[in-house]
Design a protein around this ligand. Structure first.
Ligand SMILES: [Zn+2]
Length: 260
């Protein structure tokens, strides 16, 4: 049985800790100390990296030196010992994992999809999406284009609806406030806001999410919904979304959220 738990790091990052049969991996260690604290005397077997930003890679050197473990990630990142790229498939923790290219936030950004099969034959996918897909939001577009980012997000939504989504930041409450502003008529957003506030008040993570929850509440995945498109058009100073395409609506929402 695979267990996945968040290790809070820096101001609002999560380093995801994967454990199965006594083997331990972490995803995107922005710093090393919280990983030492979480593992205590247990050994780290490996590190996975989604993209090059320092809050995802800052702990690589110390952890690699301490544990001597492999570091899997984009080839361009310093400290990566085993480069991986979109299209790769291999076994991790005895489970099949797929690597997808999802450029937009950065050009080197990878998605990691681990597939866990239960004894009854059902498959539970686990998606590690770094800073591309957030609960009710998406990452800023630092290196790619809005078209690339939207395409990457849409690729992720082709995963099964029950896929567990492990985002790299606790941004959920802020994202839901924005989502509610964009789409005030969507009751799933208000309900998720109440549930997420309860979790945060109890000191718990609002993650993992699922693809189903994101399709229902994430404005960046709902640009084709009339109310979302109308809000996007309004942000551009337009009366109607009629002559805007999906990428223009998406870009408008992303720009709006950058200044929200
Ligand atoms: Zn980032």
């Amino acid at each position: 049985m695979l267990s996945v738990t968040p290790i809070p790091a820096l101001s609002d990052n999560y380093i995801w800790h994967l454990e199965k049969d006594g083997e331990h991996w972490v995803v995107d260690p922005g710093e090393a100390e919280p990983v030492y604290d979480a593992l205590q005397d247990k050994a780290l077997n490996g590190i996975l990296i989604t993209h090059h930003h320092f809050d995802h890679t800052g702990g690589i050197k110390a952890l690699h030196n301490h544990y001597g473990c492999p570091v899997l990630g984009p080839e361009s990142i310093k400290g990566v010992t085993n480069p991986i790229a979109g299209g790769d498939t291999f076994l991790l923790l005895g489970l099949p994992i797929e690597v997808w290219d999802i450029p937009g936030h950065t050009l080197d950004h990878l998605a990691l999809i681990l597939k866990e099969e239960s004894p009854d034959g059902n498959v539970q996918p686990h998606l590690f999406c770094g800073d591309t897909l957030f609960a009710a939001g998406c990452g800023r577009i630092f290196e790619g284009t809005p078209k690339q980012m939207l395409h990457s997000l849409q690729e992720l939504t082709t995963l099964p609806k029950h896929t567990l989504v492990y985002c790299a930041h606790e941004y959920t409450l802020g994202n839901l406030h924005f989502a509610h502003t964009v789409e005030p008529g969507n009751s799933a957003i208000s309900e998720r806001l109440v549930q997420s506030q309860t979790l945060r008040q109890a000191g718990r993570a609002t993650l993992p999410s699922t693809i189903a929850k994101e399709l229902a509440t994430n404005p960046f995945l709902r640009c084709q919904i009339a109310e979302v498109a109308q809000s996007g058009a309004h942000h551009l100073g337009r009366d109607t979304y009629e002559h805007l395409d999906e990428v223009e609506i998406f870009a408008s929402l992303r720009d709006w959220k950058d200044h929200f």
